[in-house]
Design a protein around this ligand. Structure first.
Ligand SMILES: [Zn+2]
Length: 368
């Protein structure tokens, strides 16, 4: 009896923090992709206006975690633009605080466990080829800059301060270190994972084309009560939205944060601002390809779980983001895996990068 009461109380508590939004519901039902794009674009304009009229997040900070190699044939799908087979992407952690009906909540977006992620078959195949020189190769091709624990310490946040964690999708992720499993408790005693139901189900029931990109056992044994499966688009308190953006994976979602610099949109459907405005890109070939084909965006296509939807999702993302206030030819994206220059991988340079972002005032010393 008591446990039932507890679970009802918990659900109600969560309901007052996580609220469904309906802007895209009608547009998503449009069966033909061509018309779905039109309707989703209109819905994105209306959502952007609504969100900009509402309060901002209290704190927003992005911090560098690790650089990882990534095949250019996936990063710039079908573009064949550079001679290098690999480019470098920079994974960041985003720390966000929002006001909710239940007080201030702290959310970590993309808290990658960089050590455990290395077990992902795609990475492992590259480093295993080096045999005994594996450690050195790893340091060279995937230099670690910081860890989630290091970032929290730097901000003076305690593990128990974290209320939620979320990833735009679950490729390469191992969440046991944060949420625990049936063997040991996790580092973040109060955190719950916010994930789209489709992504959770898909990542727990992988098919052959997906295996290279998901960390084996990365979700295994994580207690069910630490997982919040979402059916669709939601607001998390004030100023942070999770919007379903299928494509790169079927259960993909994007983070939209209202900051003093407008709406920052985080996703991995594309690997940086160049891919969201290829007509202005100076990466050789991107602009030409976009002009020849009429493509408004360049897909990050390693798994292409839903190609046309990915195209629609990226246009939705850049419409919600609007233009960056300084780099006005490019949208206000804050990509979770951002294309970055690296001396070890010469031959390309992103046209713009926005660097680490820092807005608002961080609250610490919670009594949890
Ligand atoms: Zn991915």
């Amino acid at each position: 009896m008591n446990s039932q009461v507890n679970s009802i109380t918990k659900e109600r508590l969560e309901d007052s923090i996580i609220k469904p939004i309906s802007h895209f519901n009608q547009a998503r039902t449009c069966h033909t992709a061509h018309y779905r794009l039109d309707e989703m674009r209109k819905a994105a304009v209306s959502f952007r206006e609504d969100m900009l009229a509402k309060p901002q997040v209290k704190f927003y900070r992005s911090m560098e975690l690790i650089r990882v190699p990534y095949p250019s044939k996936y990063a710039f799908l079908n573009c064949n633009v550079i001679p290098m087979p690999f480019i470098h992407i920079l994974n960041r952690l985003f720390v966000v605080q929002v006001e909710t009906e239940e007080g201030l909540k702290t959310i970590l977006l993309s808290p990658s466990d960089t050590e455990a992620n290395a077990e992902t078959p795609y990475f492992k195949k590259i480093t295993d080829k080096a045999g005994p020189a594996k450690g050195l190769l790893k340091k060279f091709i995937a230099p670690e800059i910081n860890s989630v624990e290091g970032c929290l310490k730097q901000l003076n946040l305690k593990p128990e301060d974290i209320d939620y964690i979320s990833y735009d999708h679950l490729h390469t992720q191992d969440i046991r270190q944060w949420l625990g499993d049936d063997k040991q408790p996790g580092l973040l005693p109060n955190a719950k994972l916010l994930v789209m139901k489709d992504e959770w189900e898909s990542a727990n029931n992988l098919m052959a084309p997906q295996l290279d990109w998901y960390c084996p056992n990365g979700l295994k044994g994580v207690p069910e009560d630490r997982i919040i499966q979402l059916d669709g688009d939601v607001m998390i308190g004030e100023g942070l939205a999770l919007i379903r953006t299928p494509g790169h994976t079927d259960g993909n979602h994007s983070f939209v944060a209202h900051t003093p610099e407008g709406l920052k949109v985080t996703s991995e459907n594309g690997v940086g601002p160049d891919c969201y405005a290829p007509e202005h890109s100076r990466i050789p070939g991107l602009k030409k390809y976009a002009k020849q084909t009429g493509m408004e965006v360049i897909l990050n296509g390693n798994t292409l779980e839903a190609g046309l939807d990915q195209y629609i999702s990226m246009i939705v993302e850049k419409t919600i983001a609007g233009n960056h206030p300084d780099y006005t030819e490019f949208p206000n994206m804050a990509n979770s895996s951002e294309l970055t220059g690296y001396w070890g991988f010469p031959g390309y340079k992103p046209t713009v990068t926005y660097g680490d972002l820092n807005f608002g005032t961080l609250t610490t010393n919670f009594n949890k």
